[in-house]
Design a protein around this ligand. Structure first.
Ligand SMILES: *Cc1c(COP(=O)(O)O)cnc(C)c1O
Length: 386
């Protein structure tokens, strides 16, 4: 049993390279959006094969900017999943549109295309797709629906770096796609995000993300710059700083190495848990490559005498940090009260929420840490087997 210190759920993996690059930014005159942001944006687009990329200060900013750039607003409906972080849905409210939830598939917990179709109305403008835990959503069916109904698509890829759907990297298409570099994500810039998509879309998004000015600071304050600009949209203040990009440049170089470690940990978890009648391990469909942002274990209550809350408590007592992803959107007071949702309105999301927990999964975990998590989980299941 783990008698050492508490094992945190997802600490960042920052090395000396990131620290030196940040210090280099601080010694330079570019502390806000400058050459390192340009370099990071370009490296990120090249890595994914994205047609265009825009570095921003969060994934939330990327999603908000994407909806605003598509011209989605009052009177419009956007269909999305209840099984996500609130940011994916808050941005729909931010542009004044109405979020419409469609329940998830029981295996991947991604939005279910069969539930999307009946949710489409004459007001529907877009589908906002989340690649839950890093497993790509069923894009073939969703793209087909979007095409047949003339809807835009926006992808929330906060978990899906790097992930592939039928061989294609998420973020390589012309669909607006937002990534997160929040501290717990697969790579981090402390806070940060990237919006990828078609170059013309990205150019308009760049303007909207920075006050709606038709010239950014990089062009105004660099050599040969000119003071003149015009505001053509009441835009946002969502630009990334060179200090953030300094971290991103090195995190991106380490991403493949981080992912290999994540995969090893996932293999060890699944090998240990797959035969347990108390546990359900994550699904991976044959046509995807999973980014493994999260390892979501589901409890089988028929074989256990304790609740998910007690299970988490027991793991905490064994020094293992866990989390739950996510409290479904329709249970949050704002959405529940505004739209009159009841827990059973999205029965798949609700049922799976009550039995899920996310195990520690990050590249800094040692073999011993992985063994400690496995031992703790199996110990709890043995103690409380029905
Ligand atoms: C983390 C997360 C976000 C928000 O990312 P930020 O960079 O913190 O804005 C959005 N959607 C999902 C699914 C997330 O997990």
């Amino acid at each position: 049993m783990r008698v050492k210190s508490f094992l945190p759920f997802a600490p960042p993996a920052i090395g000396e390279e990131e620290i030196e690059e940040v210090v280099d930014s601080l010694h330079s005159d570019w502390i806000t959006t400058g050459p390192k942001v340009q370099q990071f944006q370009q490296a990120f687009a090249e890595y994914l094969g994205s047609p265009g990329a825009l570095a921003l200060n969060s994934c939330t900013a990327g999603l908000h900017t994407a909806l605003a750039t598509l011209g989605i607003g009052h009177g419009d409906e956007v269909i999305t999943t209840p099984m996500t972080f609130a940011a994916s849905v808050n941005v729909i409210e931010h542009v004044g549109a109405t979020p419409v939830l469609a329940d998830v598939e029981p295996d991947t917990l991604n939005i279910d295309p069969a539930r999307v179709e009946p949710a489409i109305t004459p007001r529907t403008r877009a589908l906002l797709i989340v690649h839950y835990s890093g497993h790509p959503a069923n894009l073939a069916a969703l793209r087909d629906l979007a095409y047949r109904h003339g809807l835009a698509m926006v992808e929330d890829a906060a978990h899906a770096l790097p992930a592939r759907y039928r061989g294609e990297l998420i973020g390589a298409s012309s669909t607006p796609t937002a990534f997160s570099f929040y501290a717990t994500k697969n790579m981090t810039t402390a806070e940060g995000g990237m919006l990828t998509g078609d170059p013309e879309f990205i150019e308009r998004a760049r303007m909207i993300s920075l006050h709606g000015m038709n010239r950014d600071a990089w062009k105004r304050y660099g050599q040969g710059g000119n003071w003149f600009y015009e505001v053509v949209f009441p835009g946002f203040k969502y630009n990334m700083t060179d200090i953030q990009a300094a971290m991103g440049i090195h995190q991106l170089q380490k991403l493949e190495q981080f992912q290999r470690r994540r995969q090893q940990i996932v293999q060890a978890y699944t090998a240990a848990f797959a035969g347990e009648d108390t546990l359900e391990t994550p699904t991976v469909r044959p046509d995807v490559e999973h980014a493994w942002h999260l390892y979501v274990l589901r409890l089988r209550h028929a074989a256990l005498t304790i609740s998910r809350e007690q299970f988490i408590e027991e793991l905490g007592q064994r020094n293992i940090g866990t989390s739950v992803h996510f409290i479904p959107i329709h249970l949050h007071p704002y959405y529940r009260d505004k739209y009159g949702y009841r827990p059973g309105d999205f029965p798949v999301a609700y049922e799976h929420y009550q039995r899920m927990l996310s195990l520690p999964l990050h590249p800094r975990m040692s073999e011993e840490d992985v063994a400690d998590v496995i031992d703790a989980v199996l110990d709890v299941t043995r103690h409380y087997h029905r």
